[in-house]
Design a protein around this ligand. Structure first.
Ligand code: ME8
Length: 684
């Protein structure tokens, strides 16, 4: 980010969501040398000014800040890659972009996780944050800043806002009693807890009844203002289905929110009452202000705030679309322009979650298929905003059809025929035929169509437009039939066809630059072009005739090799008991547990209903061991439990796991550790 940037809007912060019509621009190194600039002709948008008086619109995009309770999975990569693609696109369009991500490091869950590991919460999160940053490096993520909520700059911001809202009277002290889920780090109202049957499905644990002295945030008095804002700004919450949910929720009436905790200490202290720490969502949401320089770096803040879009997963829409805007209103700050909630990547076995342990590790996928393949799949496979099923088979199919077949093949055919027929030289084009004209129009329409789709957050549709251009180009080759032109000695026609193809590949290299991080540059140098596609700027993709005639192309190597699924091949060879790879085995989680209770199940002679303590929770498990064990002999017995088996109902009784036993001629023998071990010890 240029240090020379200076923007001094004439209008102050009190004018939310309105652009200043004029700005004072610092024109010299000496403070106080300002010139007034009229912004009206530039239309809506955020503006910044960099040295040399260039006006640039700004674009501020954020991802959620993730919990560093464990390594991140493909679901987190999904949001971050999408935000990265949008940030890259906006930079290429000439925007001054601030792309923010980070980690949400406070709260009871983190405190408990660190205790389990026997380290301090800070040491615990430090280790994971290093790996998160490494993951973003591997995935080519171009964030401009990374906020950790344990950083001083952030803690200062949170305390500042909390104190400000308190002084205004919108935070007050009271008594809180409610149903709390440690996983969500949130309380549920009595009605919600009843609807949930006292159990949090997301985190698969019972709600706890907690009571504490606490500070409350007067959200109830902001319902009308928030509803009005949502109605007046239809883009504020997107997609529309999410907006409708939020409106319905607010219309039922908002309750004041408990925004402090005293039952644990790993958090930011309430600035005027050190017994309490600030509620983790109040803390976390404020990161968006920290990243924008609030309140100390007002030049930065005025340049980027309000954020253009907070990209989030749908499960945290309420926090972003209700609590966050109300915090901002109470603090007298403008609201973000948009909260966009995308859907979930789910597995056949349900939602991916660290708690369930059924997560897909992006690092393994990148090692196997390369970063661009993984990014492409994430951006293209699921309509942005909807849920989509992830599977490695779908990934392979997508890569083979779109990247290896359509795009890879297009590049390979073009470049090898150029060598074969024109000695690798892109010659000046001759007269344009009808076929060429429609191809040229298609090429030049692509950046604009993709651009408006990106702006509408229709990322997968934008990717599709790029894919369609590649198929169109393949058809152009089939119809232009360069092999026939070569045979007939039509050199002029050949020159035109290959010039058009070279231009198409040049445009493809530019428009794929927000999505992919390695291939566009490889393609660029293969085309023999100077510089790199990223710095070309989006508008260069809308210009025709940029490839200098007589450019020489390089030698084509497959950009996207076809993926042959070796594991699949092996499976086919061995139809009986499939062999597991180490990766398969690592997906199986087994722990030692102790049987707490055991009882017979009426009308099910072989089954026993057990409750088993597996360390961090007690599971109910139905086991087919009634013919070999009496219930009363099992209490206190240690057993081995398969813990990540999908819960099921057996004879109408819920079973959350499986107890392992050997079967010898119909007699069951429980597998037990050779000596007493701590409940929850992992089997590996
Ligand atoms: O909620 N599919 O952090 P978190 C799609 N710290 N996106 C997914 C996903 C999936 N299966 N799983 C996770 C928190 N995500 C808070 C946020 S923000 C002020 C505080 C993505 O580590 C998605 O963006 O649980 C989701 O909202 C986020 O990760 C949740 O990350």
């Amino acid at each position: 980010m240029s240090k020379a940037s200076r923007v001094m809007p004439v209008t102050a912060l009190g004018n939310p969501n309105r652009l200043p019509e004029k700005v004072l621009v610092e024109t010299g190194t000496k403070a106080g040398w300002y010139r007034e600039l009229d912004l009206a002709p530039l239309g809506r948008g955020h503006l910044s000014v960099v040295r040399g008086m260039t006006l640039k619109p700004t674009y501020y995009i954020t991802t959620p800040i993730y919990y560093p309770t464990a390594d991140l999975h493909i679901g987190h990569a999904y949001t971050t890659v999408a935000a990265d693609a949008l940030a890259r696109f906006k930079r290429m369009q000439g925007y001054d972009v601030l792309f923010l991500t980070g980690t949400d490091e406070h709260g009871q869950k983190l405190e408990s996780r660190a205790r389990e590991e026997g380290v301090s919460p800070q040491a615990f999160v430090d280790g994971i944050v290093i790996r998160i940053k490494e993951l973003w490096r591997l995935m080519g993520i171009t964030h401009d800043d990374f906020v950790r909520t344990t950083e001083k700059r952030h803690m200062d911001v949170v305390q500042h806002i909390f104190a400000q809202v308190f002084e205004k009277g919108d935070i007050y002290k009271g008594q809180y009693e409610g149903w709390y889920c440690e996983g969500c780090e949130g309380y549920f109202t009595a009605t919600q807890a009843r609807e949930m049957d006292g159990h949090c499905q997301d985190h698969e644990r019972p709600l706890q009844r907690l009571q504490e002295d606490a500070y409350f945030f007067r959200m109830s008095s902001y319902s009308d203002r928030l509803l009005e804002h949502i109605r007046e700004n239809p883009q504020f919450i997107q997609p529309e289905s999410r907006r409708n949910e939020i409106v319905a929720f607010i219309e039922r009436g908002l309750e004041d929110l408990c925004v402090s905790r005293s039952s644990f200490h790993w958090g930011i202290p309430v600035p005027f009452d050190e017994e309490h720490v600030i509620y983790v969502w109040f803390d976390a949401l404020s990161n968006y202000l920290t990243g924008a320089g609030y309140p100390d770096d007002l030049a930065r803040f005025e340049r980027y705030w309000p954020a253009d879009v907070h990209l989030v997963g749908k499960e945290i829409t309420r926090f972003h679309a209700i609590i966050w805007p109300i915090i901002l209103m109470a603090a007298g700050l403008p609201l973000p322009r948009q909260i966009f909630a995308h859907g979930w990547l789910v597995l056949d076995s349900g939602k991916m979650s660290k708690t369930r342990g059924n997560v897909v590790d992006p690092v393994i996928l990148i090692e196997k298929y390369g970063v661009d393949a993984v990014r492409y799949f994430l951006l293209c496979e699921v309509p942005f905003g909807m849920d989509g099923v992830y599977s490695e088979d779908a990934l392979i199919a997508r890569l083979n059809s779109d990247l290896a077949n359509d795009q890879g093949n297009l590049v390979h055919r073009t470049v090898s025929m150029l060598h074969k027929f024109l000695d690798g030289e892109v010659l000046p084009p001759g007269a344009e035929t009808e076929l060429d004209r429609s191809f040229r129009e298609r090429i030049l329409a692509t950046p604009e169509r993709m651009g408006s789709l990106f702006d509408a957050m229709e990322i997968s549709k934008a990717v599709n437009v790029m894919r369609e251009l590649a198929s169109f180009a393949n058809k152009y080759i089939d119809e232009a039939a360069p092999w026939a032109l070569a045979k007939e000695g039509q050199k002029d026609r050949l020159a035109t066809v290959f010039y058009y193809l070279a231009e198409c590949l040049r445009v493809l290299a530019i428009v794929s630059s927000p999505l992919l991080v390695e291939t566009p540059e490889k393609l660029w140098s293969l085309l023999g072009l100077e510089g790199n596609p990223r710095s070309e700027g989006w508008s260069k993709a809308q210009e025709w005739g940029v490839t200098p005639p007589h450019t020489r192309v390089g030698v084509s190597e497959p950009l996207f090799p076809r993926i042959v699924d070796e594991e699949k091949k092996e499976e086919k060879k061995q139809p009986k008991v499939p062999q597991l790879t180490m990766k398969d085995f690592q997906q199986v989680e087994m722990k030692v547990g102790t049987v707490k209770t055991a009882e017979a199940i009426p009308k099910a002679e072989r089954l026993l209903k057990l409750t088993v303590d597996i360390g961090d929770e007690v599971r109910q498990i139905v086991a087919g061991i009634a013919e070999s064990y009496r219930p009363e002999d099992l209490t206190g017995q240690q057993v081995v439990v398969l813990t990540n088996l999908r819960p099921a109902k057996i004879r109408g009784v819920k079973s959350e796991g499986m107890v392992l036993a050997a079967v010898d001629d119909g007699i069951m023998r429980l597998l037990v550790p050779d000596g007493r071990v701590e409940e929850g010890s992992k089997i590996s």
